[in-house]
Design a protein around this ligand. Structure first.
Ligand code: IFM
Length: 461
């Protein structure tokens, strides 16, 4: 699909600097990311089972406007057009997720078995990427648990971890030889905290014990899945995606410093230390999930890569003082804090022996609209540019950074915010499903064109 690049000159002048391009090329993976429930639609069709998000959305008061993923971006039907957009943007990779209830409608809780229509959809999607020269990076769980598993306890019961490993193995056998990477979970923090403590996300629980048990079972399911995938001979790189933030204390006051460390332990260390060190951080012993002997060793399977999703920082003020926010906030109300990305990566790099890292999500919500055929989302261009600069800083300082995926390819269903927040590089008119590339898409397209030309002239592969 030909997509012209009429970028305004002012915007074009703000392309990535030579330093950043040099640092993030030539083998760097440039991609865009989405997730199944947020874009696919096709709910209740093609043998797909019910997911916890279908149920949550149907519960009055849970999602803004009563929105749901029933149609979303109609990606189940429009995927060829969406892959064309990724290719035309100059990206080399696509991070997507598999809807568990589409391929195994009851998650293994009953006798439904595997859904050939759902499996066929992902076969075609992956082949479609390969035909367009896009590297497929799949995630197995981006929050759409089969409702049938929720009905028997969901992530609070240990059995679900084994169900997940069975599902992982099946998908690995089916797609593994065509994937560039396979991640088990996306942002287990969100499933545990937002799904089981604050109730903001499906399944909408507000129970601290359930939250702790869920986080343990998510990690356990990751370890069991990696074991099963490797035993089945799946050879693509295997990893997990964590959402992480740097933490800033509002002042040198020990109370602020302690608070920053506590929040960082709860968000970052609680998940990464079981994975990399085989134990929970002692500072977070307030959470005491039930575990069995050997669980921690199971969780700490070798990782081929770590996916990091970064959006904003943690601001810690024991006095409740607001963050200064010199770069402003996004439409989600999240502070824009680009240097937090390099601060986070450098801290991880100094605290642990990290596997290769990919930034698997980064982006912003902006109140975008189509104006005379264009979407002038200059704020997003600034956001991307500043975060890519921070990324180059971290890479230059020694972090083994392999790739960057912008969140998101398309405007999509933003969970409890429904369709009220737009994260896409491409605008979606939900009434007509018309896709309009935003200026940020064209900006990325120009940068990637330049990166490719430079690679061509240096002869790098
Ligand atoms: O839309 C979400 C995505 O599903 C997970 N990471 C954060 C994004 C923005 O909120």
């Amino acid at each position: 699909m030909p997509i012209a690049s009429p970028l305004a000159e002012t915007t074009a002048q703000r392309l990535l600097s030579d330093r950043v391009r040099a640092c993030l090329g030539p083998d760097f993976v440039w991609g865009v990311a989405t997730s199944s429930y947020q874009i696919e639609g096709g709910v209740g069709q093609g043998g797909r089972g019910e997911s916890i998000w279908d149920r949550f959305c149907a519960t009055p008061g849970k999602v803004r406007n009563g929105d749901s993923g029933r149609i979303a971006c109609d990606h189940v039907n429009r995927w060829p057009e969406d892959l064309d957009l990724i290719q035309a943007g100059g990206f080399g990779a696509y991070r997507f997720s598999i809807a568990w209830p589409r391929v195994q409608p009851d998650g293994g809780a009953g006798s439904a078995g595997w859904n050939s229509e759902g499996l066929g959809f992902y076969d075609r999607l992956v082949d479609g990427m390969l035909e367009r020269g896009l590297a497929p990076h799949a995630t197995l769980y981006h929050w759409d648990l089969p409702q049938a598993l929720q009905d028997v306890g969901g992530w609070t019961v240990r059995e679900t971890a084994q169900r997940f490993a069975d599902y992982a193995e099946q998908m690995g056998r089916r797609l593994g030889d065509r994937l560039a990477s396979l991640s088990t979970h996306n942002e287990p923090w969100c499933t545990a905290i937002l799904g089981h403590l604050t109730g903001q996300f499906a399944p909408g629980w507000t129970d601290e014990g359930a939250m702790a048990q869920t986080s343990h079972h998510l990690l356990l399911s990751h370890g069991l899945a990696l074991q099963a995938l490797r035993a089945a001979g799946v050879s693509c790189p295997l990893g997990i995606v964590l959402n992480m933030s740097s933490a800033s204390a509002a002042s040198d006051d020990p109370a602020d410093v302690r608070l920053a460390e506590r929040e960082y332990a709860r968000m970052v260390r609680w998940f990464i230390e079981p994975l990399l060190l085989g134990r929970y951080p002692p500072e977070a012993e307030w959470l005491a999930p039930m575990q069995r002997e050997g669980d921690m060793a199971l969780i700490a399977q070798p990782l081929d890569f770590l996916g990091v999703n970064y959006y904003t920082r943690i601001w810690a003020s024991s006095q409740g003082l607001p963050a200064p926010r010199p770069h402003g906030v996004t439409d989600m109300g999240w502070e824009i804090y680009p240097s937090g990305l390099s601060e986070l990566l450098l801290r991880l790099h100094s605290d642990y022996r990290l596997p290769p890292v990919m930034i698997t999500e980064n982006g912003m919500a902006n109140p975008d609209s189509v104006q005379a055929g264009r979407v002038p989302d200059l704020a997003r261009i600034d956001y991307l540019r500043q975060h890519l600069e921070a990324l180059a800083d971290a890479k230059a300082a020694g972090v083994d950074l392999r790739g960057y995926f912008a969140w998101s390819l398309l405007d999509n269903f933003e969970w409890d915010s429904g369709y009220g927040k737009r994260f896409g590089l491409v605008h979606v008119d939900y009434a007509t499903q018309v896709r309009t590339p935003k200026d940020s898409y064209r900006w990325m397209q120009q940068n990637l064109k330049q990166v490719k030309q430079e690679v061509g002239t240096t002869g790098a592969s």
